[in-house]
Design a protein around this ligand. Sequence first.
Ligand SMILES: C[S@@+](CC[C@H](N)C(=O)[O-])C[C@H]1O[C@@H](n2cnc3c(N)ncnc32)[C@H](O)[C@@H]1O
Length: 248
Amino acid sequence: MTASKVISIVREPMFDAVHGTDTATRVQVHDTDASGPNVAYAVDYEPTSYHEARALFQRLRLTDVHGAFVDFGCGKGRMLLLATEYSFGRIVGIEFSQQLCDTARANVQKYCSSTEERVEILNEDAASYELSDDEVVFFFFNPFAEAVMSMVLESIYRSLRRRNRQVWVIYNNPRCRALFESGGVFLKVDEHRLPRTRAFVYTNVGTDPRSVRSLLPERRADVPGAGEATERVGADGCTPVRSSSSGR
Ligand SMILES: C[S@@+](CC[C@H](N)C(=O)[O-])C[C@H]1O[C@@H](n2cnc3c(N)ncnc32)[C@H](O)[C@@H]1O
């Protein structure tokens, strides 16, 4: 086991203990109130590791991004909490389980010392979420399979057609990366090796790659290691983990 993985395992339970939040416990989608056809494509709730999220956010130059941050499949909202430390104008979590939304709202109240009015947690299926045109950073921690991801991508494309702007996709455990890489809109600008998984960063480039504004530092500091989170979906890259025990 690498040193960075050991550090990550030791630090992980500390997050909730320090902040009085409830983000760490995994929840199977089938044990929540989430309903509808897209439950079949959902990946169970598991938070992005605190350590990995910090590493990712620190690596990207997010400090002067004032548009909105969206976590598709925000679960208990850990990424929303961390996003409040940055300059985003709005911080949006989309989650189709009302129970997980309620937990995420309680977590925001506990984590943020004063009322954090930038955070909105929407109890919605990501597949039917219509983007707002101020949204610029899209976060995914392998939340769902291709059937849903392709609908989210269509919504991103529609929004870009309404208001052309530079946007970034941070995709942790990018099982449906082929969708981003085959659409002719997004270019992968970073691949970040985290202790348990990998995260890819994409941006839309238009026709001239020189117009890309990088969020990346000039020097790379990849953390070696790979891990179990990358194995949570099937070998086709998009088949979700089933919530029944036989699916694991
Ligand atoms: C792996 S967890 C990621 C949690 C969070 N983004 C994080 O990084 O800490 C995936 C989440 O996506 C949610 N989800 C799956 N399919 C969804 C859908 N179609 N619409 C909204 N949420 C969905 C699940 O309920 C679960 O909470």
